[in-house]
Design a protein around this ligand. Structure first.
Ligand code: MN3
Length: 209
């Protein structure tokens, strides 16, 4: 992910709103990006405005050091820097004509940790169906380099807990309600159809660097 700092600019989607049809519908993408992500970006900038000493901090640096920030800023950073970071990750995890199974070192590690790509997918889906309330499901590497499936609540980000994200699935209802209503299962299947596998492979390589 490209490092940037205050004032954070609204992340530019690397594809058109309708590029993921029929898996993810254009209106959901437009609202998700132009309203939800924009709101997190604006609120993050507003929260940081009175703290010029933090204007050169990246999202990662803010999220990794929440407990050393001024107390009254911590919730804003957790929610809004988290909201920006997590959404950039989520949007980057998708692409038109995606969904290939990974190759190279990520494929090997998935075989080792989950017994293969199809096994990983069913385990990830099972976990995604169990996430209660609003949150995300992630594939991350831990400090020892093992792959883990991890749930985060609200806009909490696994980088704050020392994990390296590989992929993430936004499980807030705004990510799927217009097309799937409350049926999360179809959304998860559709998301796997547009998974940006190269992005996952790059993140895995970087996590080992
Ligand atoms: Mn969202």
């Amino acid at each position: 992910m490209k490092k940037q700092c205050y004032p954070f600019r609204l992340f530019k989607l690397p594809y058109a709103f309708d590029a993921l049809e029929p898996n993810i519908d254009a209106l959901t993408m437009e609202l998700h990006h132009d309203r939800h992500l924009k709101a997190y970006t604006d609120k993050l900038n507003a929260a940081l405005k009175p703290f010029p000493e933090l204007h050169c901090w990246s999202l990662e640096r803010l999220l990794c050091n929440i407990n050393s920030l001024p107390v009254k800023l911590r919730n804003d950073i957790r929610n809004n820097a988290g909201g920006v970071y997590n959404h950039i990750y989520y949007f980057s995890c998708m692409k038109p004509n995606g969904g290939e199974s990974p190759g190279g070192s990520l494929a090997e590690k998935i075989d080792q940790c989950f017994g293969g790509w199809e096994h990983f997918k069913s385990k990830f889906k099972e976990n995604a169906l169990e996430v209660f309330g609003s949150g995300y499901l992630w594939l991350v590497t831990d400090r020892r380099g093992y792959l883990k499936i991890l749930c985060s609540n609200n806009q909490d980000s696994p980088v704050s807990r020392g994990f390296c994200p590989i992929i993430t699935l936004d499980l807030w209802e705004h990510a799927y309600y217009l097309k799937h209503y409350n049926a999360r299962s179809g959304y998860i299947d559709n998301w796997f159809n547009v998974l940006n596998t190269e992005f996952a492979e790059e993140n895995y390589c970087q996590s080992r660097a």
